[in-house]
Design a protein around this ligand. Structure first.
Ligand SMILES: NC(=O)C1=CN([C@@H]2O[C@H](COP(=O)(O)OP(=O)(O)OC[C@H]3O[C@@H](n4cnc5c(N)ncnc54)[C@H](O)[C@@H]3O)[C@@H](O)[C@H]2O)[C@H](O)CC1
Ligand code: K
Length: 463
C-alpha cells in the first residue's frame, strides 16, 4: 500500500481555488501558511535528526512556508540557516519572514548544509528558472546529505509534470495539501524522490485521483467458470503474445479463457484453444475479447479486428490492433453499444490521437472523450481515463516492466476484470493496471513477462 493511493490529484489552479475557499470560510492565508510551514518543520525535524538545516526561500508563498519552518526549527533550538533568492513579495510571505529572527544569507553565497530544504518555488512557478539559480541549487544539492523539497522541487511545472531546466532531484518532496500532477507524471515525478502528503486543512477534491487498490469480488459457492468471466483472445501472426494475454487473464481470475488461434503452445492446458472463426465471436458467454497482442498488421489482422469491432462483445484493444485503428474504425469504436478499453503506450497514443503539449492526464482524458473508450495511456506513470471524465494516475511500479510481453500481460488482466463486470469498464481498467503493478513489485528485478503473468495469481488472491 502506498501513502498516495486514493488521494485527489490537484492542479495549481484547483489548489488555489481550494485555498481561496478556505480563506472565504475565514481561514487567512497566514494561518494556512503557518500550518503548512509547521507541518514542514515537523517533518524536517524527524528527517534531520539534529543535523544543520539550510532553507532556501523564494519570493512567493513557497518561500513563506520556508520562513515559517525555519522559525519553528529555531524555536525548537535546532541548527537552521536561511538563504533567500529575493525578498518576500507577498503579504503572507513578508509576515512569515518577519517571524524569522535569524540572518538571511544570499543564495549565491550561502554555504551548504547536510540538510537542504528547497522552498524557492512551488505551484506559482511560471517560467524556467534562471541558470544561476539552477547552478546554486545544484551546488547545494550535491553537497547535502538529504534534500527536501517543499511542495514541489523548484523548477517543475505543477500541471504538466515536466522540468523547466536541468534542476537537481530531491530525496523527499513534501506535497502540501494534496499531490499535484508533477508528483506523479514523469519526468517531474522522477525529481521528487519519496513523496509525503502533508495535511494543511485545505480540503481538495478532483475527478483525477491516484490509483488505489480495487475492491474485487471473491468467488463464492455459486460461482462457476462462466460467472467468473469468460475471456476470448484473438490470435494472429505472433502466437506467444496472445498466449501471454490468455495466461494473464486466467491468472487474474477469469473462469474460462478461449484462445482463438491456429498455432501456439499446448500449455497451460487450462486454456481452451480453437481456430479463429467469425462465428466464435457470437458466443454470448464471452464477457471480454482481447485483440491486438501478436495480431499482426496484414489483411487477415484487419479482417479480425473488423469482426471484433462489429461483434457485441466488450473489447480490449491493444498492440497491433491499435495500429490498425484508422479514423473509420475509431468511429466504429465511438458508436459501439458495448465498452471498449484501449491500452496505448506513448508512441501508439501519439499515432492515434496526435502529439500534444498538454499533460498526460489532459491528453488521456481528451482521448477518452473523443473515442468513447476507456483509455489506459501506459508508461511509468500510467493514466486511465473514462469517457465520462474520471481519471486515475498510477504510481510508478517497477522499471523492470520495460521488457517484451508485459503489455500483453496487462491486456490479459484487464480482459479478466472486464469479463467479470463489463458494466464498469473503467473499474476493470483500473483493477488491471493495479494488479499488473502489484505483480511487478512482487517480482522486483529482471523478471520476464511469463513470470509477471504467473504472479497475478498471488496478487488476485489478495484483492
Ligand atoms: N495552496 C495552498 O493552499 C497553500 C499554498 N502555500 C504555498 O504557496 C505556494 C504557492 O505560492 P505562490 O506565491 O503562488 O507561488 P510560488 O511561491 O511558487 O512562486 C511565486 C513567485 O515566484 C515568481 N516566479 C515564478 N516563476 C519564477 C521563475 N522562474 N523565476 C523567478 N521568479 C519566479 C512569481 O512571480 C512569484 O513572485 C505553494 O506551492 C505552497 O508552498 C501556502 O503557504 C499555504 C497554503
Ligand atoms: K519548492
Amino acid at each position: 500500500m502506498t501513502p498516495l493511493s486514493g488521494k485527489p490529484v490537484v492542479t495549481a489552479a484547483k489548489m488555489r481555488a481550494a485555498e481561496e475557499a478556505a480563506i472565504a470560510d475565514g481561514t487567512s492565508v497566514d494561518i494556512l501558511m503557518a500550518r503548512a510551514g509547521t507541518e514542514v518543520a515537523q517533518t524536517i525535524r524527524r528527517l534531520a535528526s539534529g543535523s544543520e538545516v539550510l532553507i532556501l526561500c523564494g519570493p512567493g508563498n513557497n518561500g513563506g512556508d520556508g520562513y515559517v519552518a525555519a522559525a519553528a526549527l529555531r524555536a525548537w533550538s535546532l541548527p537552521v540557516r536561511v538563504a533567500a533568492l529575493a525578498p518576500p513579495a507577498t503579504d503572507a510571505a513578508r509576515n512569515a519572514c518577519a517571524g524569522w529572527s535569524g540572518p538571511v544569507e544570499t543564495l549565491a553565497e550561502t554555504k551548504s548544509a547536510p540538510i537542504l530544504v528547497d522552498a524557492l518555488f512551488g505551484t506559482g512557478l511560471s517560467r524556467a528558472l534562471d541558470p544561476a539559480i539552477v547552478a546554486a541549487l545544484r551546488r547545494l544539492n550535491a553537497r547535502a546529505r538529504l534534500s527536501i523539497a517543499v511542495d514541489l522541487p523548484s523548477g517543475v511545472d505543477t500541471d504538466r509534470g515536466v522540468a523547466l531546466g536541468d534542476i537537481p532531484a530531491a530525496d523527499v518532496t513534501l506535497a502540501l495539501g494534496a499531490p499535484k500532477p508533477a508528483h506523479l507524471l514523469y519526468p517531474a515525478a522522477g525529481l521528487c524522490g519519496a513523496i509525503r502528503v502533508l495535511d494543511i486543512g485545505v480540503p481538495a477534491s478532483s475527478d483525477v485521483m491516484v490509483l488505489a487498490a480495487p475492491d474485487l469480488p471473491m468467488p463464492g459457492p455459486d460461482s462457476h467458470k462462466y460467472s467468473r468471466g469468460m475471456v476470448a483472445v484473438v490470435g494472429g501472426d505472433m502466437p506467444g503474445a496472445a498466449e501471454l494475454s490468455a495466461i494473464a487473464a486466467l491468472r487474474a481470475g477469469a473462469g474460462y479463457v478461449l484462445l482463438l488461434a491456429e498455432h501456439g503452445a499446448l500449455q497451460p492446458h487450462a486454456i481452451v484453444r480453437k481456430a479463429f472463426t467469425p462465428d466464435a465471436l457470437t458466443d454470448k458467454r464471452i464477457g471480454a475479447l482481447i485483440i491486438g497482442p501478436g495480431l499482426g498488421r496484414g489483411d487477415e489482422a484487419r479482417a479480425r479486428l473488423d469482426q471484433a469491432l462489429a461483434s457485441a462483445v466488450p473489447l480490449v484493444i491493444d498492440g497491433d490492433a491499435l495500429h490498425l485503428l484508422d479514423t473509420a474504425r475509431l468511429d466504429v469504436v465511438r458508436n459501439r453499444a458495448v465498452p471498449v478499453i484501449m491500452t496505448p503506450h506513448a508512441g501508439e497514443f501519439d499515432a492515434l490521437f496526435g502529439k500534444g503539449e498538454e499533460s498526460k492526464i489532459d491528453r488521456a482524458r481528451a482521448a477518452a472523450l473523443r473515442s468513447g473508450a476507456t483509455i489506459i495511456f501506459k508508461g511509468a506513470d500510467t493514466v486511465i481515463a473514462s469517457p465520462q471524465g474520471a481519471v486515475r494516475v498510477a504510481q510508478s511500479a517497477n522499471a523492470w516492466l520495460s521488457t517484451a510481453g508485459t503489455g500483453d500481460v496487462l491486456a490479459g488482466a484487464v480482459g479478466a476484470f472486464l469479463s467479470g463486470n463489463a458494466n464498469i469498464a473503467f473499474d476493470a481498467a483500473c483493477a488491471g493496471v493495479w494488479a499488473h503493478a502489484r505483480a511487478a513489485r512482487r517480482l522486483r528485478g529482471a523478471f520476464i513477462a511469463d513470470d509477471l503473468a504467473d504472479a497475478l495469481t498471488a496478487v488476485r488472491s489478495r484483492l
